[in-house]
Structures are given as C-alpha cells and as structure tokens.
Write a protein that binds this ligand. Sequence first.
Ligand SMILES: Cc1cc2nc3c(=O)[nH]c(=O)nc-3n(C[C@H](O)[C@H](O)[C@H](O)COP(=O)(O)OP(=O)(O)OC[C@H]3O[C@@H](n4cnc5c(N)ncnc54)[C@H](O)[C@@H]3O)c2cc1C
Length: 651
Amino acid sequence: MRVVIVGGGFAAVQFAKTLRSKLRASECEILLFNRENHMVFHPLLADVAGASINADAAAAPLRQMLPGVGFRTERVQRIDLSSSEIEFDDGNGALTRLHYDHVVIACGAESNLGIIPGMSEHAFAFKVMRDAIDLRQHIVHQMEYAEASSDPDRRRWYLSFIIVGAGFSGAEVAGEINELVRSSTRFYRNFRKDDVVVTLVHSQDQILPEVATKLREFARKKMERAGITMLLNTRAVAATHEGVELNDGRMLLGATVVCTIGTAISPIVQSLDAPKERGRIRTAPDMRIEGQTNAWAIGDCAFTINAFDNKPSPPTGQFAERQGRQAALNLIRIVNGEATKSFHFKALGQLCSIGGYQAVAEMLGVHVSGFLAWLMWRGVYLFKLPTWSRRIKVALDWSWDVLLIEEGQVEILQKDPGTSDTKVVAVLGKGDFFGEGALLGNRPHETSIRARSAVRLRQIGSALFVQIAGSFAPLRELLVKAVTRGSDFWRRLPVSKSMLEGESIASFLDPLPAQLLTKETTFADAINALNESAAGNLLVLDENQRLWGTLDRGDLYQIIARIAVTSAETRGDISHLKLSDLLIPNSIFIALEDSALVASATMLDHGISWLAVVKSKDDPRPVGLLRGEKISKRMLERIAQGQPTQARVAS
Ligand SMILES: Cc1cc2nc3c(=O)[nH]c(=O)nc-3n(C[C@H](O)[C@H](O)[C@H](O)COP(=O)(O)OP(=O)(O)OC[C@H]3O[C@@H](n4cnc5c(N)ncnc54)[C@H](O)[C@@H]3O)c2cc1C
C-alpha cells in the first residue's frame, strides 16, 4: 500500500509518525511531499523575528523527524481524486504522475496580503521562515538607519513598527519586536527606549480572541506596560510606503508594517474537485474528504467538525496535530477492516508569548500568566523539537537554583578579595533574577544573596535555564547580568568603590518633595504636582505612609501615550483615573543605613538616575531622595584630589 502525504506541517508530521509506528515498511510505503525540507514551528517564528532564537531552532529537519518515511521536496501541483494520482513538478519543468492508495492533504493555508490594498508591496507577511528572517534583518536595518539619522521625525519613523492583527501571531510578533528594539537601545547613542513605537492594530475590542477574557486583559496590560500601543476596534484599510491608513482616517506612520491577518487557499486545494466550506476542504467526521474513500484532509486546509462540541475545528497547531494522529489511526482501522471513528478532541488549552519573558496560558482550565507561563510556553514547544526534547528532559532532572523575585527585596553581598569581608553591593527587587555566579560564566563563587525584607522567590531549574539561555540570547544576557551584578563595573573602579563603601547615604540625601502623593491621587493632580516640582521626582505613599511607588516625567509620558491611544469608551473619564490604576508599585528603594556604594550599584544595575530613600530596611517610610549625579560629582572630586595613580590604573 502506498500512502502519499501532501504537506509537512503539524498535521502531516503527526499523521506520518503515527502511521509509521503502527505499520511496518513492508506493509505500507509512506511518501511525504513538502516544499521545504523542514517543518516550521510557527509559534516560534516571532522569536526568530525578535532575534531570541536562531532560525534553525524553530525548524526541524523532516528527514530526521520521520525515520522510515520517504520524503520529497517537490511541489505537488494537482491531485486527481478520480484516478488516485498526484501530479508533481520534477524540478525540470516536467510533470510526473504518481499513483496512491491513500492520499492525505495537509497543505495548510497560505498568507494573503492582498486583502488590504498596499500590504503586498509595503508589509511583511508572517507565515513562513523566510518572513521571520527577512523581518529580523529589516528591524536591525531600521535601528541602524535611526542611529545615522539627524532628523528626529525620520528617526521616529524608522523606530515605529506597526503590527496588523492581534491574534496569536500578531501578539507574539509585537511582543518580540518591542523587546528586541527596546533592549537594543543600549547599544545605540542616537535614540532611547522612549523613541521606539510599537503599535498593534486590531479590529476587535480585545486582543487574543482565542484565550479567556482574564488572560487577554493580563496580556493587554503587560504589553501596554512594556510600551506597546494598542489600537483596538480599529482596522487598517491601506498600507503605503509611509505607514498604515486606518478606518477612522488617521495615518499611522512607521517604516515597518507586519500584516498577520489574511489567509488564502492553497492552489492545490483550489483546483481540487471536492466540496469546500469557506475555502477549506469539507470532510466526513472520520476526516476523509466528503464522498471519498481513500482521500483525507487534515489541519488548516480541512473543514472538520469536532465531535466533542460539534463545532468546526479551529486552524491551530494543536488541532492539526490531533487530526493527524486520529486520521492515521482511522486509516489503520480501515486496513484492519474496522469501523473508523469521528474526530473528537477536547483542546488542552492555549499558550501565547507576549514578549519580555511573559506569556499567557490556559492549560486544562487553569490560567497562568507571567514568567511562569512563558517558561511553560517555551517548554511545550521545545519538547516538540527532536533534539531539544532530549536536552530539556535531562535539564529537568538537575538541581533548581536560579531564582526569580516575585515579591520583596534581596541584597547582593560580595566578598572583598583583600580582606575577606562581605559587603552589600546592590539591591534587587520584584522581577529581578539571581543565581550562582558559576552557573553561566564559570566564575568563582564571590557573590551571595541575603533577604532584606520578606521575599517570595520562584525557583527555576538551573540546567533548564542554561539550556534555554544558551539558545535565547536576550535571556542569557539577562542572566549573565543577574549573576554578575555589581561586580564588573566596580572591578574597573577600585578607588571609587572603596570611597563609596565608606560614605553613608545621609550625606547625599535630598529632602522629601514638598508634595507627597498617594495611591488615591488623581492623574490630573499628579500632573500638576510634577509641573510644580523643580526636580520632577515624586513619591507615592500607601495608606500607612509607607513608600508605594515613584513618579517622574518619564513615567508621565508613558502614561499619557497609553491613554492617548485608548479609545474614549475604554479609558472612561481621565480626570477620575488614580495613580493606583496607572503605576506599577515600586520595588526598588534604598534604606538610610545603606552605603553610597549600594545605592550607586542599584541605580547602575537598573539603569535609573535617582532612588527613593526609606527610614530603614524594616520601616519603609520615605525620608528623602538620592540622585546619581550627586554621588558621581563627589566621586570625581575625590579622585581629582586624592589617588591619581589608582584612578589611572582603574581606567
Ligand atoms: C506566526 C504564527 C504563529 C502561530 N502561533 C500559534 C500558536 O501559538 N498556537 C497554535 O495552536 N497555533 C498557532 N499558529 C497556527 C498553526 O501554526 C497552524 O494552525 C498549523 O501550522 C497548521 O498546521 P498544518 O499542518 O495544517 O499546516 P502547516 O503547518 O501550514 O504546513 C503545511 C505545509 O504544507 C506545505 N505545502 C503546501 N502546499 C504544498 C504543495 N503543493 N506541495 C508540497 N508541500 C506543500 C507547506 O510548505 C507547509 O510546510 C500560528 C501560525 C502562525 C503563522
């Protein structure tokens, strides 16, 4: 018996694997045709575009995945259901015909930029590996052009990215682009994070229509906080060289447009003489094409009712895989003379990455969001890759020693090689990682960690992390930074280090701002307070007069940008918005008993120029502000007066 499979995606691979595992090569020849010699893991494409992973990590060689299955890269041109033959291009322009006993059509869908005028010429599609690689290169070029540009408007245009559609692929790619460009700003001099504009245009009132409302909300908030602008209930009506025209008449300017909406029927399906529903091939419940006994359709190209809920199967990887497996089992039933079964599948859940190591997940009815969901998301897809799965399994057996701070603060202690004394060198807060120095850089153990308040930590397998970090460059960078915190910079400036160690914070302290805000302060009052504040740094207190958050002009611009793009109905009356609705509670502050070294290292580590100072580690009532420039000035004065030889050595 010869079984021909057309396609090499989720559905086809699962079909071929299942069939091969049940029928010996002598019983059944399996021949799979796919245009490319690899299977693409679409959910990882956004990571390729965002430079988080290399292209080869999101594609698996089909020959390696499918031992015992014949594999051809010719493009199948036509399927003749009446004569049980396929016709394929032999590569020399001639058409070859091949007889089959069963054919399985699993050719997916094609992207279709033609649905919006101008998209074909000016936008990137996001469907195949080439799209992701081209997009990544294009993004890197835009950053280079922005660096070279002296015109602020042009620079902003280079750094503006418009993503049309906020389903899985749109949300994932927006998150990744945002993360890539914002985290790359530190390598450029001519632009900053604030210059980057990533806009997600979506025709419905909520993003990610595939997931539960609570998770959608979480995803939206997280993405907005990361700086992504959401234009909901808005449609793109045309694309030009300058950007995207919207249905409300506005023109969104941006050098990069990614269109994640619009699918087209594959030509092979178009020419197929079979019943169709909205372009997809209608199948019987057992996944054979309606009216056929030896032709099957599975995955995105098929219209199959799921017997679990009597609804059409959605075009997702999960359904495609499951159909592949169940259709293969049905074919075996036919071979064994048994009755076939209807396609029946209760979806396991949904996972979507939203950039910045965050994801939303709904697994077997449980909602998970944030970093843990992101790890789950990675885990699920890594497990599917043939070589990665082995690595991850080994990694999971290893010890657990990378920690993520979920609540509270810890301090980093470092041993002085000369005196063997241990001193606090920096403070970490919510969202920071830490781990053993030896973990990534094979450095001697010279750093330790101590809780400074009640903390909640999450343990993450070190081996798993190292495995992942090895291939996901930004994560590796983050971890290296986390485990080497506070050490590299000071190693190069020994004079300043010893000087700052001896300085108390009190000698640098600026008084508290004249006006202290509370969580209940309205946004309008906060703007007035900032307006009146010369320094532009304000503190927000909780009901017990403890420090709750901080506000400066940078925060203000971000909040305004967010409000400006939210539709009037969604945002409500701006004058009623309170700081507790708009700000993230502050996790980084410093206590009066800390040294100026701890304060400087903490500011350096978090890329900030000022810190709130509280009474003590146990009493987080604010007592003043500390500005980086004051410490730098004192350092320079001391170096100039004091130890020139050491200062030269240090530089
Ligand atoms: C960017 C992106 C992100 C996504 N994220 C998610 C997600 O997070 N979760 C989820 O569940 N789903 C996701 N999806 C959807 C999921 O990828 C698809 O539902 C799934 O790939 C469908 O599998 P398939 O086997 O039907 O088709 P495909 O995976 O598209 O494979 C079809 C294959 O057939 C080949 N082919 C087509 N015509 C021919 C021909 N004539 N001859 C030879 N070969 C041919 C193609 O080259 C292709 O390799 C995403 C999709 C995209 C594009």
